[in-house]
Structures are given as structure tokens and as C-alpha cells.
Design a binder for this molecule. Structure first.
Ligand code: NAP
Length: 282
């Protein structure tokens, strides 16, 4: 597995396993299968409702803690954000059965972002979160957070797939030392991604699937990918992407698929902000 070094020196696998939308009663098995397939980066969130199941799979795997990289995420907190952020972190830690988190992300750029970030900075200084970062931050919010706080986010986890590629944003993040991580790398199959003719044609040259071409394209760009699957054979397929390389011409051809817009949530849509910010995670 290839790794990247984050802006604070922490090493993170370039490819991992995401558990969004895996029901809690299927998550332990899915994570057990993913660990057996070789994944060492696990991506969950308080809002996914499956941290306990992830924790059970980790514990039962017997894999030494230092070989694993566990990410979880803070949901939007009520005021006072500092107190509630620490409380939310402790709940996640307990559910996961861990004594530290490798990467703690602010899940949404909403609520008292500054209060939440200050509390996350404290958790990092105390060694409880080895790295801290954000998710779903558009460039304006990210730069504001960087300029007005002490710790630069190690990672920004954002929607990134062939139809929304974020290359200019990746350049900006690189300038500031923020590592680009993709969520929804397959666009959850939207726009018929898995039968896309261009991606399928490229895959044929290497005897690789569309999914493998997409993950190779992301990781070749230096973007951390966390594909989700509940099927062991797909987990094995999705991690098998480091034995081929796309040419510059193929990277340029894939660039033409970019539509420049979200296929999921528009974080600038007031109705979406209202919906996300009012959702509460216990
Ligand atoms: P995704 O990885 O883009 O797509 C998952 C879908 O692709 C599932 O329907 C899966 O079906 C299918 N699939 C997986 N491998 C396949 C293969 N080789 N061939 C064909 N189909 C395949 O979707 P995602 O779960 O939304 O995103 C990945 C991770 O990013 C999440 O799990 C989560 O950890 C993170 N995420 C974060 C945010 C955020 O706000 N920070 C938002 C969304 C997601 P099966 O399961 O049936 O195989």
C-alpha cells in the first residue's frame, strides 16, 4: 500500500475503506472482510451510526493498532461548541473502543466552526487525534479557516469523482499543505459510472475494471480514496490498483468527463444548509 505524509508528519494510506450507508448490522462483517482484503485505513463518522461495529471488527481482527488508520468525523455541534465537540469526540472514541483517532474530521462547514476547530486543535495537542482536518469545505471556507486558526487542516475530504474532479481546488489545497481526500469516488454509481465507455475502454488496455481505473486515476493524482462496498470480491478488486499506471493521454481523456459540479449536496444551497445543520447526531 502506498502512503502519503500529512502536513504534521503523520503517514496515511493512500487508499482505504469507507463505511457510509453500510447498516450497523452489516458493518462488522464488511470491515472484517475489508481488513482481510488488506485495507488499513477505515473511514467512518458519528453520523453513520456504525462506529461501534467498526470498533468490534477492529478489535476482533487482532491487527496491531499502529498498523491501522482510523478516521471518524464530528457532526455539527450545538453551543457551546468547545464542550460539545470534546463530548462528541469522547463518545466516538468509546464507541470505536480506541484510545486515539488517527484523523478526526469536521464533517460539515456549518455551526460554530471556529469553536469546533479550537476544540479539535486541543484534542490534537493532547495526542487524542493524531491529525485533524475537515470535510465538505469549499475553497472560501477552507482559506478562512486556515487564515484565522493555528493548525492547518491536514486533510479536506470532499466529493471527488470523474464527473466532479476538483483539480484547481486540489492545486489550491496543495499550496496550503492540505491533502485532498475523495468521498464518493465512484459517484455512488451515478451517471452510469460503472459502464462509462471511456473508462471501460481504458480499463480494457490493462485488463482492469472501471472501478479500478477510477481508483487508479484518483490515487495517481495523489488523492486519497476510500471506496465503499459490502462485497468481499469488490473490496479485493478495489484495492488492486497499484500494478498499472495511466498515461498522460489517458489522464487527459478522463479530465474531459468533468462537469465541474456536484452530483450530491450543494453546500451553497440554503435549503441544504438548513437540512444538514438541523440534523442532530446522538
Ligand atoms: P462510492 O464509494 O462512490 O460508491 C459506493 C457504491 O459503489 C456502492 O453502491 C457499491 O456497491 C458500489 N461499488 C463499490 N465497488 C464497486 C465495484 N468494484 N464495482 C461496481 N460497484 C461497486 O460511495 P460512498 O460510499 O458515498 O463514498 C465512499 C466513502 O466516502 C463513504 O463510504 C464514506 O466513508 C465517505 N463519504 C464521506 C462523505 C462526507 O461528507 N465526508 C460523504 C459521502 C461519503 P456495493 O456496496 O453493493 O458493492
Amino acid at each position: 500500500m502506498q502512503h502519503v505524509t500529512l502536513n504534521n508528519g503523520v503517514r496515511m494510506p493512500l487508499l482505504g475503506f469507507g463505511v457510509y450507508q453500510i447498516p450497523p448490522d452489516q458493518t462488522e462483517q464488511a470491515v472484517t472482510d475489508a481488513l482481510a482484503a488488506g485495507y488499513r485505513l477505515l473511514d467512518t463518522a458519528a453520523a453513520y451510526g456504525n462506529e461501534e461495529a467498526v470498533g468490534r471488527a477492529v478489535k476482533n481482527s487482532g491487527i496491531p493498532r499502529e498498523e491501522l488508520f482510523v478516521t471518524t468525523k464530528l457532526w455539527v455541534q450545538d453551543a457551546p461548541a468547545e464542550d460539545n465537540t470534546r463530548r462528541a469526540f469522547e463518545i466516538s472514541l468509546t464507541k470505536l473502543g480506541l484510545d486515539h483517532i488517527d484523523l478526526y474530521l469536521m464533517h460539515q462547514p456549518f455551526g460554530d466552526v471556529y469553536g469546533q476547530w479550537r476544540a479539535m486543535e486541543d484534542l490534537h495537542r493532547e495526542g487524542l487525534a493524531k491529525a485533524i482536518g475537515v470535510a465538505n469545505f469549499y475553497p472560501d471556507r477552507l482559506i478562512d479557516l486556515i487564515l484565522n486558526n493555528k493548525i492547518v487542516p491536514a486533510v479536506n475530504q470532499i466529493e471527488t469523482h470523474p464527473f466532479f474532479q476538483r483539480t484547481d481546488y486540489q492545486d489550491l489545497m496543495r499550496e496550503h499543505g492540505v491533502r485532498h481526500q475523495s468521498w464518493g469516488g465512484f459517484a455512488e454509481g451515478k451517471n452510469d459510472l460503472f459502464t462509462n465507455p471511456l473508462l471501460a475502454e481504458i480499463g480494457k488496455e490493462y485488463d482492469k475494471s472501471v472501478a479500478q481505473v477510477v481508483l487508479r486515476w484518483l490515487t495517481q493524482r495523489g488523492v486519497i480514496a476510500i471506496p465503499k462496498s459490502v462485497r468481499a470480491e469488490r473490496m479485493a478488486e478495489n484495492i488492486d490498483v497499484f500494478d498499472f499506471a495511466l498515461t498522460d493521454e489517458q489522464m487527459a481523456a478522463i479530465a474531459t468527463l468533468d462537469t465541474g459540479g456536484t452530483l450530491f449536496f450543494d453546500h451553497h444551497d440554503p435549503a441544504m444548509v438548513d437540512w444538514l445543520a438541523k440534523r442532530r447526531v446522538g
